[in-house]
Design a protein around this ligand. Structure first.
Ligand code: FAD
Length: 492
C-alpha cells in the first residue's frame, strides 16, 4: 500500500516531521538524496521549547543526556561586561540552551525514528512532482539511476534552503543576502576564563566575535569579517581565526585541532505561503535567516511539530476540511517572520562599524541589560517559549480577566503530568473541574479529547489545550457548549 505522506529531506526538520507522523500512526516514507547524515556541527543550540516538544514525543532525555547546558550569555564591549543574561529564569523544565552539534541532533532523531519502525531512504532524490488535487505523484531517482513513480496523499518539502519542492511550486523566496561575510570555526580552545557553561559575545571595533562552548575544551567561534570579493567567501585558516580572536577576544586564548573551518554569508528569506494544495514546505525550505540567536533549526523543527498533529488528524480521518491544515501556514509564517526580523536586528547591531554608533550601541546595551524585565524577555524570546498563536484562525475565544494562559498561549508543561499530546493519536486536553456535562463532552469527542480530565490551570474555568500544548479556547464551567462548538468547527 502506498504511504499517505512523502517527506522529502532528512535534515533535522524532515526527521522530526517523519517521527511525529509515524508515532501518530500515519503511513510515511522519508527520502534524502545525500548518502549520509551531515557530519558538521551546523546548528548548535536546542532551545527550551524544542526540548519541551521533544518531550511529548518521549525522546527529550536522549538529547539532554548528550548535550551540554549553557546557563548564561555574556556581552562584552571593549574590556567591560555590558550584559549578563541568565537563562535559569526561563519558565520551562529546560531552563538553558542545550548545546548539541547538528550531526548529533540528526543522529538522535534518526534513532528515534528507527524506534518507530521508519528508516530514511538515502540516495533517493525527488526529481519532480505533480499535484492533481486528489494526490501527489512524485518522481524519485536513485543514485544507481533507477527511478520510481510514487503517489501519495501529501508531500512535505523539508529539503532545505535550495528546496526542490519550493522551486517546483514556484513559491517566491523573498528577501536578501546580507552584505557581510562570516567565518566559523569549531576548534579546541585553552585559556578561556569564562565558565564553561556560559557563552560570550565580544563587541569589538573590528566586528563581533562569539564563543559558544560545545564540549569541554571545544568551542564554536563565529565572527564577521566584512565583505570579500567573489561569489562565496573563502574558508579561513586556523591562524586567521587565531588572529581575530587575539584582536577581539580576551588575552591568552590558544586555538588548536580545528574540527571545522568555514565561511558563510547570511541570507534572510522566507516564503509567504507554506502550503499549495497537497504540498507543504517546512524548515529551511520555507525560511532562512541569520544564525544570531540560534533559531533556524529550532523554528524549523517547530514547523514540523505544528503540521504533524494536524495532518495526522486529517490522514486518520478524525477531522475533515481545510481549515485545520491552512492554519499551519498562517501560524508558522507569522512565527517565521518574527524570527527573521529579530535575527536580522541582532545581526545589524552586531555588525555596526561606525565608532560613534558602536559607542551608542554599547551604552544603550549596558542600560537595557541592566533591566531585569529586558533580560527576562530576551531569554523567553530566545528559548521560543514566548511563541504563541493569538491571531490564528484556530484560536478560539477566551475569558475576560482570566487568571491563567490565554487562547493561543503555550501551557507550561506541568511537573508529574504526562505531556499533552504524547499519545499515539493527537488529542486535545481538557483542564477543569469534574462535572457530568464534561463527562458527556469527553465521551462525545473521544476521538479528539484525552479520555481523562486534567486539573484546572488556574481558576474555575475550562481550558481546551491543543495537542502541541497551546490553549485552543477557554470557557466558564457552565459553558461546556463553547468547547463542543470549537471541536465541531475543526472539521470545517
Ligand atoms: C554553517 C552553518 C551554521 C548554522 N548555525 C546554526 C545555528 O547556530 N543555529 C540554528 O538554529 N541553525 C543554524 N544553521 C541552520 C541550520 O543548519 C538549518 O536551519 C537546518 O539544517 C535546517 O534544517 P532542514 O531540515 O530544514 O534542512 P537541511 O538540514 O538543509 O536538510 C535538508 C535535507 O534535504 C535533502 N534534500 C534536498 N533536496 C532534496 C531532494 N530533491 N530530494 C531528496 N532530498 C533532498 C538534503 O540532502 C538535506 O539532507 C546553520 C547552518 C549552517 C550552514
Amino acid at each position: 500500500m502506498n504511504p499517505q505522506v512523502l517527506v522529502c529531506g532528512a535534515g533535522p526538520v524532515g526527521l522530526t516531521m517523519a517521527a511525529e507522523l509515524a508515532r501518530y500512526g500515519v503511513g510515511i516514507r522519508i527520502i534524502d538524496r545525500a548518502a549520509q547524515r551531515t557530519d558538521k556541527s551546523k546548528a548548535l543550540v536546542l532551545w527550551s521549547r524544542t526540548l519541551e516538544l521533544l518531550d511529548r514525543s518521549g525522546c527529550s532525555g536522549a538529547f539532554v543526556a548528550a548535550g551540554h547546558r549553557v546557563e548564561a550569555a555574556n556581552l562584552i564591549a571593549g574590556d567591560r561586561r555590558v550584559g549578563h543574561v541568565s537563562l535559569a529564569a526561563i519558565d520551562s523544565p529546560y531552563p538553558y540552551a542545550l548545546m548539541l552539534p547538528q550531526s548529533e541532533t540528526e543522529r538522535l532523531l534518526e534513532a528515534h525514528l528507527a524506534s518507530l519502525g521508519i528508516r530514511v531512504e538515502r540516495e533517493v532524490e525527488l526529481a519532480g512532482f505533480t499535484d492533481n488535487g486528489e494526490g501527489v505523484t512524485a518522481n524519485l531517482t536513485r543514485a544507481d539511476e533507477s527511478a520510481e513513480t510514487l503517489t501519495v496523499d501529501w508531500l512535505i518539502g523539508c529539503d532545505g534552503a535550495h528546496s526542490t519542492v519550493r522551486h517546483t511550486l514556484g513559491l517566491p523566496f523573498g528577501g536578501e543576502t546580507l552584505r557581510s561575510d562570516w567565518i566559523l570555526a569549531d576548534v579546541h580552545v585553552t585559556g578561556m576564563k569564562t565558565p564553561f557553561d556560559e557563552l560570550v559575545i565580544y563587541f569589538h571595533e573590528d566586528g563581533v566575535l562569539v564563543l559558544f562552548p560545545i564540549t569541554p575544551g571545544r568551542y564554536r567561534i563565529i565572527a564577521d569579517v566584512g565583505r570579500s570579493e567573489g561569489l562565496a567567501p573563502a574558508d579561513p585558516t586556523l591562524d586567521a581565526v587565531q588572529r581575530i580572536v587575539d584582536r577581539r577576544g580576551p588575552d591568552g586564548l590558544h586555538l588548536s585541532d580545528p574540527i571545522w573551518l568555514s565561511a558563510f554569508r547570511i541570507n534572510e528569506r522566507k516564503v509567504e505561503t507554506y502550503r499549495a494544495g497537497r504540498v507543504f514546505v517546512a524548515g529551511d525550505a520555507a525560511h532562512v535567516h541569520s544564525p544570531a540567536g540560534g533559531q533556524g533549526m529550532n523554528t524549523g523543527m517547530q514547523d514540523a511539530f505544528n503540521l504533524a498533529w494536524k495532518l495526522a488528524l486529517i490522514c486518520r480521518g478524525t477531522v475533515a476540511g481545510d481549515r485545520l491544515l491552512d492554519s499551519y501556514g498562517v501560524e508558522r509564517s507569522t512565527v517565521g517572520a518574527q524570527v527573521l526580523t529579530a535575527a536580522s536586528r541582532m545581526t545589524a547591531l552586531a555588525v555596526i562599524k561606525n565608532p560613534a554608533a558602536q559607542a551608542v550601541r554599547n551604552w544603550i546595551g549596558g542600560l537595557l541589560f541592566g533591566l531585569s524585565p529586558v533580560r527576562r524577555t530576551m531569554a523567553n524570546t530566545l528559548s521560543e517559549i514566548s511563541i504563541g498563536y493569538p491571531h490564528s484562525p484556530l484560536t478560539g475565544p477566551g475569558l475576560h480577566g482570566l487568571d491563567g494562559p490565554a487562547p493561543g498561549e503555550r501551557v507550561r508543561p506541568i511537573p508529574d503530568q504526562a505531556p499533552i499530546g504524547e499519545g499515539a493519536m493527537p488529542r486535545f486536553a481538557l483542564f477543569g473541574r469534574p462535572d457530568p456535562a464534561i463527562d458527556d463532552l469527553l465521551r462525545e469527542h473521544g476521538d479528539l479529547l484525552e479520555p481523562d480530565l486534567r486539573p484546572p490551570l488556574a481558576d474555575d474555568s475550562l481550558w481546551l489545550v491543543r495537542p502541541d500544548g497551546y490553549v485552543a479556547c477557554v470557557a466558564t464551567d457552565a459553558d461546556v457548549g463553547r468547547i463542543d462548538d470549537y471541536l465541531k468547527a475543526l472539521s470545517r
